[in-house]
Design a protein around this ligand. Sequence first.
Ligand code: GFB
Length: 368
Amino acid sequence: AQLGGDPNGYLTYCPCMGRFGNQADHFLGSLAFAKALNRTLILPPWVEYRRGELRSRQVPFNTYFEVEPLKEYHRVITMADFMWHLADDIWPESERVSFCYKERYSLQQEKNDPDKPNCHAKDGNPFGPFWDTFHIDFVRSEFYAPLHFDVHHSNEAAKWQAKYPAESYPVLAFTGAPASFPVQLENCKLQRYLQWSQRYRDASKDFIREQLPRGAFLGIHLRNGIDWVRACEHVKDSQHLFASPQCLGYKNERGALYPELCMPSKEAIIRQLKRTIKNVRQTQPDNEIKSVFVASDSNHMIGELNTALSRMGISVHKLPEDDPYLDLAILGQSNHFIGNCISSYSAFVKRERDVHGFPSYFWGFPKE
Ligand code: GFB
């Protein structure tokens, strides 16, 4: 092994599917996978999309989360550290192989050579911009089928190690995350190692202290943008949709999907809010809810909620500027939380709260 390098090898991937909630699910699975293969996980940047921009932006992993706590679970290194300090020795340009399950077709017709199947790991957005962030090009593709990522229910890890020993494959670089979506039940608890960076811990504490009235607050997630309205149309022909196993169970032990779980009506939201606040007043009179913090991708319903809740002495708040990460960090700390069962963004909050033993509920669940 090279000086300073991990003789057991490394593993990395492009978080090329979905936005933050999807990427977080994939991260937990990839972390478990790297541990099972006993390879250091190279922490990829988070991939973000801005309206009007053709190329994704890559945000360093540690902008949002601490690296150190992850090391309690498994060996990790940021992609920047790996590429700057170790890649020249461990992963020279001539040895950069991209891994995909089977051939992936290029968007450009002429790049699909029948004699030379390829992962086309850099084809399209965010694929190209992601690897370009660290000037990574691939000289070859490797198709790993029929291997898979479920390391909890089989001896799959041993098969990976036998097929791809670290001496010949120092870095397994995956075209997409080596993990399932939604996150496997076994990997939810790894959320405890994903801790907010100082910047987000401070910003969320400051907001709660300075902007919310003293006392307990209820955090709510309203997922109601146009992409969500369209996604919810799939409820009628699915067993599961995105993060729905978090409330229905992975095998629908707690019921089948229904539309109100995805898109609760305004009336239902207000009804559930009032009921939750009253419930807490009765069961925890010393820790009454004084305010509601609303996180949303689109409509925060501030006016309607203020009108509905002012008689109960409750004020309704949101961030002055859109910040999906600060919204998450604040929701994680609320005394009570109501999230969207189907949304992986809500699922992130739910897992974090579970780690701390904080209570969470879902819109429209259980079914009325
Ligand atoms: O996180 P995400 O994968 O969750 O994608 P879902 C939703 C994105 O919308 C977030 C923004 O990453 C944020 O950028 N967003 C959602 C929010 N809720 C909030 C919020 O409360 N506050 C702020 N500031 N931003 C699924 C996708 O979204 O939506 C699926 O993961 C699919 O791949 C589907 O595209 C339509 O699971 O909710």
